[in-house]
Design a protein around this ligand. Structure first.
Ligand code: 5AD
Ligand code: SF4
Length: 441
């Protein structure tokens, strides 16, 4: 199929990838960059690039409109320099909108999150002036078609699972990322070893439902045990988990595997059973709390994190107070909270009783005040502890480095350590969003 609106372009020599949204998008964006680099393209700033990949997120807010305005801005800025960059839309908006993006914004390439290994072919097609759209969700995963990783930070992501079968009524992920698929044991262990050889000290295993990962009879805790045996790897994390897939094996791993960091991101979304039911969460407030009790029994110092949605259709003030009381009962070390945003095509988008914006604003503010209070309390309680900090990047001050504690706190430290070092640090002071560390003598 050729499209008269797509004029032939010369093959791009430089590229930029802009990723929005979740950590998996960051991982996908890096891998798309590696694909383009393997084709001989050079990475440059988006404003100078011949090819700009917008790796989009569709989970909340007016994501689609934002993509269209980003495209407009990119074109306008490039136009001022007399350039017409090739534009590729990737990620979940690409999957959800498909050909509509080509019609509306005349972009050159549209590629879904399960098809981006085909990006070089699509770019070549677009350079010939052909329509270049791929939103297929092949059964064989894209990972086998991607080049080896090159620049690897001390803390690296590793996608082990994708997609979701849970169908929470507000969520677009099962439609944009598809059903739950696990990468194979061998492929993951090989990639983990390659990442460690390339300099990673910490691996964060990624999946929309990472704890649903499975290969035959093996579960995520078996995979964690295998990664634990890789020499040179110091730390293992995983995110995001679903309460229903929190097996006893995985909980026990928190007690048994030293490299597994004491941190768990376990979204609950709401504290009212009525709302949880309407969300199709298939866990209750109590069953969620019982899981956390077992996790805390296995690893008493674990830092807990979660996701919350306020203003789901039909949420009353009494329902919302149950969310606040759950927060009080759990004591999160950190958490993310969002206003409900209707996603086209999801069941909740057409439910009656949508909550007015000002009510959502008020609830979000109250929830965030409670979560900030608990985060500050968690950070204050860690003052005086000595722990290992993985140095990840330079800070703003001379000699300052920023790293992560086992509990995923950002730690600022003045030290002659190098990026990638694990340094023993005493947490000396708690700030609003970070800790001040002192090197232990
Ligand atoms: N509106 C608001 N928040 C949402 N999330 C997912 N879908 C929506 C939506 N339609 C939030 C959930 C999820 C996180 C990644 O984004 O809290 O856990
Ligand atoms: Fe979305 Fe629910 Fe699946 Fe999480 S578990 S990705 S919120 S459908």
């Amino acid at each position: 199929m050729s499209d008269a609106t797509t004029a032939p372009k010369t093959a791009p020599k430089t590229y930029a990838v802009k990723s929005f949204g979740c950590q998996m998008n960051v991982y996908d964006g890096d891998r798309m960059g590696e694909l383009m680099a393997a084709q001989g393209l050079t990475q440059v700033d988006p404003k100078d690039a011949d090819l700009v990949v917008l790796n989009t997120c569709h989970i909340r807010e007016r994501a689609t409109e934002k993509v269209y305005s980003d495209i407009g801005r990119l074109r306008k800025d490039a136009g001022k320099q007399g350039r017409t960059p090739m534009i590729a839309v990737a990620g979940c908006v690409a999957q959800a909108e498909g050909a509509e993006i080509v019609r509306r914004a005349k972009v050159d390439v549209v590629v879904g999150p399960q098809a981006y290994h085909n990006l070089p072919d699509l770019v070549a097609k677009a350079a010939r002036g052909e329509a270049a759209l791929d939103t297929d969700m092949p059964v064989d995963l894209k990972f086998g078609h991607l080049p080896a990783r090159r620049r690897v930070p001390p803390s690296a992501f590793l996608t082990v699972q994708e997609g979701c079968d849970k169908f929470c009524t507000y969520c677009v992920v099962p439609y944009t990322r598809g059903g739950e698929v696990s990468r194979s044991w061998g492929q993951i262990v090989d990639e983990a070893k390659a990442l460690v050889d390339a300099g990673a000290r910490e691996l964060t295993l990624l999946g929309q439902n990472v704890n649903a990962w499975t290969d035959g009879a093996r579960g995520l805790h078996d995979l964690i045990a295998a990664l634990d045996a890789i020499p040179g790897l110091a730390r293992i994390r995983y995110t995001t988990s679903h309460p229903n897939d929190m097996t006893q094996g995985l909980i026990d791993a928190h007690a048994q595997v030293e490299k597994l960091m004491p941190f768990l991101h376990l979204p609950v979304q709401a504290g009212s059973d009525r709302i949880l039911k309407a969300m199709n969460r298939s866990h209750s407030r109590d069953s969620y709390r019982r899981i956390l009790d077992r996790v805390r029994a296995a690893r008493p110092d674990i830092a807990l994190s979660g996701d919350f949605i306020v203003g789901f259709p039909g949420e009353t003030e009494a329902d919302f107070r149950e969310t606040l009381s759950l927060v009080d009962a759990v004591g999160y070390a950190q958490a993310y909270s969002f206003k409900y945003s209707p996603r086209p095509g999801t069941p909740a988008a057409t439910m009656g009783d949508q909550v007015p914006e000002d009510v959502m604003d008020d609830r979000l503010q109250r929830l965030q005040a409670a979560l900030n209070r608990d985060q500050a309390a968690f950070n204050a309680a860690t003052v005086g502890r000595t722990c290992q900090v993985l140095m990840e990047r330079a800070g703003k001050l001379p000699g300052q480095l920023i790293g992560k504690s086992p509990w995923l706190q950002s730690v600022h430290l003045v030290s002659d350590a190098a990026i990638g070092d694990l340094v023993e640090v005493t947490l000396a002071e708690a700030g609003a969003n970070s800790m001040l560390g002192q090197r232990s003598l």
